[in-house]
Ligand binder design. Sequence first.
Ligand SMILES: Cc1cc2nc3c(=O)[nH]c(=O)nc-3n(C[C@H](O)[C@H](O)[C@H](O)COP(=O)(O)O)c2cc1C
Length: 196
Amino acid sequence: MLNKQTTEMAEALISSRQSFLPKRLFQPGPSPAQLEVIFTMAASAPDHNLTRPWRIVICPQESRGLLADAFARALLERDPLATEQQVQDAMVKAHRAPMVMLAIVNARGTESDVPLSERIICAGCAIQNIFLMAHAMGFGASPTSGKSMYMNPIRELFKLKEYEDPLCFINIGTPDRSTPAKPRLLPSEFVSTLKF
Ligand SMILES: Cc1cc2nc3c(=O)[nH]c(=O)nc-3n(C[C@H](O)[C@H](O)[C@H](O)COP(=O)(O)O)c2cc1C
């Protein structure tokens, strides 16, 4: 059983989490031991039929050049007239956060009849666990996406199977500064009660 102190800590942790976009994330990132804990928490996400319909691929520092190339190729695929500056801007994004990984959903695998919406919810819960654990350790983190993420250069770089789709990049690092708390929805704005 969890006690009152744990409940208050959970409330403080969840309510104080906010996203820090990659350009605001610097070294240090999580250590291998911290990453192990972060990923162990991801595995606590609810999982219909225990099919674990998601996986994560880390893009380490030594592979960021390949990620930059993939961003550049994806941009040029959809806009062959992109300027040199636009290509450079796309490539710079690959080098930002100390820790970058891609969350991937098994969207069309036939080994389970769990619907896609449930597979994505499962992955989303795992991703939120990652954000919360990273935040508990004092790191900043964020999901990012962008048109390139859905294109072949990224699919090929991360070796996605034909039945898999990318969900988002997960960026983790140390924020340059804190930011004011964002206003959040009140429960009354999104909760209603079924009336009989
Ligand atoms: C799946 C997903 C992808 C996102 N991709 C981007 C992105 O590419 N660029 C961006 O500026 N914000 C992106 N966002 C939004 C931010 O990462 C962040 O979640 C949002 O600003 C809300 O901030 P908060 O977590 O502090 O409430 C994305 C959010 C989600 C859920």
